[in-house]
Design a protein around this ligand. Structure first.
Ligand code: ADP
Ligand code: MG
Length: 339
């Protein structure tokens, strides 16, 4: 789901190709949009030869889907989940898996792609969506834990055939990086790629400024119809991802359950953090850390984020009087200005 309103993209929506003056040369921005991985994407880029790359982008996305989508039954990840205890993997899977493992270790297990059985049990996964009561998740903990899976000779080995993987918290960010790389291979130096709210960008927008990205006010809004902007950030050559508890959730007996699971308790996270926005050099990392920080909570998230070179975060939480508050890493402040 789109969690950010992309002002730059919104400005260009009226026309698919924009001409802007840039010195003596005219730059043409091309705008592509569509649906993938159960969400929407919008991509805007300047290309010297003015070639529309949408077909190539779609093809790349399809290749990616064939590796990491749990909604595609033939994908590598679906074949792993279908029970095989040693399934050959491709390079998309390999890179995602090694990055996920590194982030699991770095976040003390807050990020964990083996949460799939828990995500399904709580009704947020590729299994059953409805929930009439609290599931019994204790027994499922036998089948979760990132130490129970490993890669050997490009085969994924599982300690138990019931272990399943869910790359939803990292794949959209990774796909944004993959599309960005494709644009660069085609000579684009000014672009913004946004897939389901995860953004990778470079260079400048059609106004010749850094890309301006809105962070939503977190409010229960499953259909994303009543958006309000909390703040706008300005980025270039960086990626941004947001995770929150305000789009994917349900209430059961008056209590809110949202789609971020704490793998250590097996329960959806229950604390005062409403949304996390991470800015990082790659969108794959921004995406995964945004989810991990949702699990870790305000203090721990800030502490870990500050210890990672080049990464900053912006957290929106409720205080004990129920008022929304924000905290961010000191370096995040530079993103409020478009210099
Ligand atoms: P969004 O899908 O809104 O971009 P996230 O990037 O935070 O949000 O991904 C949330 C999804 O990731 C959940 O729907 C679930 O499939 C999966 N997930 C939930 N908890 C975790 C976790 N602790 N570690 C890794 N993946 C998770
Ligand atoms: Mg994520």
């Amino acid at each position: 789901m789109n969690k950010t309103i992309l002002l730059a993209a919104a400005l260009s929506i009226l026309t698919s190709n924009l001409f802007v003056s840039c010195g003596k040369q005219k730059k043409q921005y091309i705008y592509n949009k569509g649906e993938i991985f159960g969400t929407y994407y919008s991509i805007i880029y300047a290309q010297r030869e003015h070639i529309d790359l949408h077909q190539n982008i779609r093809q790349k996305m399809q290749e990616f889907d064939n590796s990491l989508s749990t909604f595609n039954r033939q994908s590598v990840i679906s074949r792993i989940n279908a029970g095989g205890d040693s399934v050959p993997v491709d390079s998309y899977f390999e890179k995602m898996f090694l990055t996920a493992l590194r982030i699991s270790r770095r976040t003390y297990g807050a990020f964990d792609i083996t949460v799939a059985p828990l995500v399904n049990a709580w009704g947020f996964g590729f299994g059953n969506r409805e929930r009439a009561d609290i599931p019994n998740v204790d027994s499922l903990k036998r089948f979760t834990g990132y130490e129970k899976v490993r890669l050997e000779n490009r085969m994924l080995l599982k300690e138990n055939k019931y272990i399943m993987l869910d790359a939803s918290a990292i794949a959209k960010g990774y796909a944004s990086d993959v599309v960005a790389a494709l644009l660069e291979e085609n000579g684009c130096t000014d672009y913004m790629v946004e897939i389901g709210g995860e953004v990778a960008c470079k260079g400048v927008n059609p106004q010749g400024r850094k890309w301006r990205i809105g962070i939503d006010v977190p409010k229960d809004d499953a259909a994303a119809q009543n958006r309000e902007i909390q703040t706008v950030v300005n980025i270039s050559n960086m990626s941004l991802a947001t995770s929150g508890n305000y789009r994917q959730f349900y209430y059961l007996n008056g209590k809110k359950y949202s789609h971020t699971i704490d793998p250590r308790t097996a329960y959806p996270v229950q604390h005062n953090l409403l949304s996390v926005t991470v800015i990082a050099p790659t969108c794959m990392e921004a995406d995964a850390y945004a989810t991990a920080f949702m699990v870790l909570g305000v203090d721990s998230a800030l502490k870990i984020c500050e210890s990672i070179e080049g990464m900053d975060c912006y957290l929106i939480y409720t205080d004990n009087r129920g008022e929304n508050r924000v905290k961010y890493t000191p370096e995040f402040e530079k993103y409020f200005f478009n210099d």
